[in-house]
Design a protein around this ligand. Structure first.
Ligand code: ATR
Length: 282
């Protein structure tokens, strides 16, 4: 039987095994999907052992996505641009690295009726999570995308890195500091879509102040937090202003669906039902 795992540290609470079990049941695939928790400095050796023993594929989560990128023999263009790998596939003795996070977010947004094309988007954060979703967002031609981060250096690096892609899709791409969002004006005006890709939610904080929130959110806005499992402070700020909100559980399920199709075949796209799996998880 083909064997797959999700690798992370910690990994005990990962929902990926349950999600992939449902996909394999929906599509009649005989496969086993487990968990792997390498020591923090032993990802490469753990992954090599897994594939040497016949493992077919691996999902990679915090904190190993960069290690996975280094390990892969070949990367897809989107994995290169994302600077991280969340899906590894073994084929003919070679390890292929891909990244399905951004596509997962885009699909979850579309499934929730959010139009990215022509939208004014505010992306909060400039770390790995933000970088991972920038490519797929820009490819859908929003009107404008502003990256806001505590320190402008990292946000500006992303603007440089994704500048060409933004021009190709006619997106006005720029960076600001989080503090700048408190100044009402052109930048701190309402957005159609505000995505929280910072780690602030994990420690029960919001990356933006209430003053900034009052400029950014209006009832027509949609606020998306990549964190899942709770209503974060960021989501509460948006709800308070009448905006629609979503956590990141749909993104988790959709990125898993893309990984499943990479491993088991794109033709199964017609058979698996990520939205049903999401409803079951909720
Ligand atoms: P990840 O790979 O999950 O994105 P990361 O690379 O450490 O993790 O990046 C975390 C992001 O969350 C960064 O943009 C970070 O801001 P800085 O670049 O200024 O460090 C942001 N972040 C973390 N905690 C935050 C907080 N309490 N408020 C605002 N931003 C925060």
């Amino acid at each position: 039987m083909d064997v797959y795992v999700v690798a992370g540290n910690p990994i005990a609470h990962s929902k990926s095994p349950a999600i992939h079990k449902r996909f394999s049941e929906q599509s009649n695939q005989k496969m086993h999907y487990g968990r792997l928790q390498p020591l923090l400095d032993e990802f490469a050796s753990a992954a090599k052992s897994f594939f040497a023993a016949g493992g077919k594929g691996m999902n990679v989560t915090v904190p190993f996505k960069l290690d996975a990128q280094e390990l892969a023999d070949e990367l897809t263009p989107r994995a290169k641009l994302a600077g991280a790998v969340n899906t590894l596939r073994m084929e003919n003795g070679k390890i292929f690295g891909d990244n399905t996070d951004g596509a997962g977010l885009a699909r979850d947004l579309l499934a929730q009726g959010i139009e990215i094309k022509g939208a004014r988007i505010l992306l909060l954060g400039a770390g790995g999570a933000a970088r991972g979703v920038l490519g797929p967002l820009l490819e859908q031609s929003p009107k404008e995308l502003i990256i806001a981060n505590r320190s402008n250096t990292k946000a500006e690096e992303l603007v440089q890195l994704f500048g060409e892609l933004a021009i190709a899709h006619q997106v006005a791409l720029q960076s600001v500091t989080l503090g700048y969002l408190e100044d009402a004006g052109k930048t701190a005006s309402p957005f159609d879509l505000i995505i929280n890709a910072t780690a602030a939610g994990l420690s029960d904080k919001s990356p933006i102040s209430d003053v900034a929130a009052s400029h950014i959110f209006i009832p027509q806005s949609f606020a998306y937090d990549m964190v899942y499992g709770k209503v974060t402070m960021f989501m509460q700020q948006a709800l308070h202003r009448g905006s629609r909100v979503s956590d990141g559980l749909g993104m988790l399920v959709e990125q898993a669906a893309d990984a499943f199709l990479i491993w088991r075949g794109a033709h199964l796209n017609e058979v698996i039902d990520p939205r049903a799996v999401l409803a079951e998880l909720r």
